[in-house]
Design a protein around this ligand. Structure first.
Ligand code: UT7
Length: 335
């Protein structure tokens, strides 16, 4: 068996910054509420006509990650693309990246695990690389939330939280060293599927049905989140996923050099930090700048932490996520 190493990281966010005050101009919300409850100060939104989409942002992030890995798109053996906001209902964004980056006819796999999508993608890539089937895989997380949010007061509890952007990592076979991905841990609990969901358009809510239902009170074409229930489950599952990773590797929390939690809510990240007794230097957050970018949040944060020199060779880096599904998981990496 081989091991898998992250050899390149990249991120891309659209230029348009939307502050809390900007949102307060179009819905009944305010900067104090948003910052107090979530830690978010601003987020990025695609501007209609700026040329960005989930697939193009993912391709841009991937391009940077591939270059930083010292590779070209021709060296990549597989694309794994995690998103809940694909450009098209089908096919998935992975094939668009294959086309946009002019790659060979390599496999492209789309992952639909929302906030945990990047960790699921990393885990899948790790299995393909460990067993020797592929050498270089690019794992992408990208989201275009802004176009699909209810930007009125009715949707404020969800729409102030989410932002657009993309991140990517190149995972590469490690021929000799043992360092790299130590283990990944994945979970799901479908009984909570509707608690954080977008019901339609889908085969359960086709467009003609939605039009016929409109303007009913229940609007299944905007995301729904039972915020408090999600919050309560998040703090428990984040902790479990991190503990599972530590136990699997015989490690204590004090061994963590850098925890990159999915950027769902600064309060959740701070709770986890305190629970595991980690210092500010051991946890990286950037939700303040980008809001919750779902599948993109971990690769964007990981890229920024690495760019800031906060991740060094030999560090124990822990990725952890929880979100819609519910799904959750962790990845333990010796950098
Ligand atoms: O990434 C996937 C995982 N996601 C998460 O982990 C998110 C978990 N949940 C949360 O982060 C929090 O539940 C939220 C940030 C979404 C909401 O915070 P909360 O403290 O749970 O607030 P709440 O939903 O209980 O709402 C409290 C009040 C309500 O008013 P009343 O009923 O007390 O009068 C809301 O109507 O705040 C009101 N409210 C707002 N006020 C101003 C809700 N949204 C807003 C808003 N601006 N944007």
């Amino acid at each position: 068996m081989y091991t898998t190493k992250i050899t390149g990281l990249g991120s891309f966010v659209p230029e348009q910054i939307v502050t809390n005050d900007d949102l307060a101009k179009i819905m009944d919300t305010n900067d104090a509420w948003i910052q107090e409850r979530t830690g978010i100060k601003e987020r990025r939104h695609i501007k209609k006509g700026d040329g960005n989409s989930t697939a193009t942002m993912g391709a841009e992030a991937a391009k940077i990650a591939i270059e930083r890995a010292g590779l070209t798109p021709d060296d990549i053996d597989m694309i794994i693309f995690a998103t809940l906001s694909p450009d098209m209902y089908f096919p998935g964004c992975g094939v668009q990246v294959q086309e946009l980056l002019g790659m060979k006819t390599i496999p492209a796999l789309d992952v639909r695990n929302q906030c945990s999508g990047f960790i699921y993608g990393v885990s899948v890539a790790d299995q393909f690389i460990k067993t020797g089937m592929y050498t270089n895989i690019v794992v992408i997380g990208s989201e275009n939330h802004s176009g699909g949010l209810d930007m009125t007061t009715r949707g404020r509890s969800v729409s102030v939280i989410f932002g657009d952007g993309a991140g990517a990592a190149v995972l590469t076979r490690n021929e000799t060293a043992t360092q790299g991905i130590l283990s990944t841990h994945l979970h799901s609990e479908g009984s909570y599927a509707k608690e954080l969901s977008l019901m339609g358009p889908s085969t359960g809510h086709w467009v003609p049905e939605l039009i016929a239902e409109d303007p009913k009170e229940e609007i299944p074409y905007f995301p729904y989140m039972n915020g408090q229930l999600v919050f309560k489950n998040a703090v428990v599952r984040f902790s479990e996923a991190i503990n599972e990773g530590l136990q699997a590797n015989g490690l204590e929390a004090s061994a963590i050099d850098m925890l990159i939690p999915h950027q769902a809510n600064l309060r959740i990240a701070q709770f986890i930090q305190k629970k595991f007794g980690l210092s500010d230097d051991q946890v990286f957050n950037n939700i303040q700048k980008y809001g919750n970018t779902t599948a993109a949040s971990i690769p964007i944060a990981l890229t920024e932490a690495w760019e800031a020199g906060k991740i060094k060779e030999g560090d124990l880096v822990v990725l952890a996520a929880f979100g819609s599904g519910f799904t959750w998981g962790s990845a333990m990496i010796e950098w």
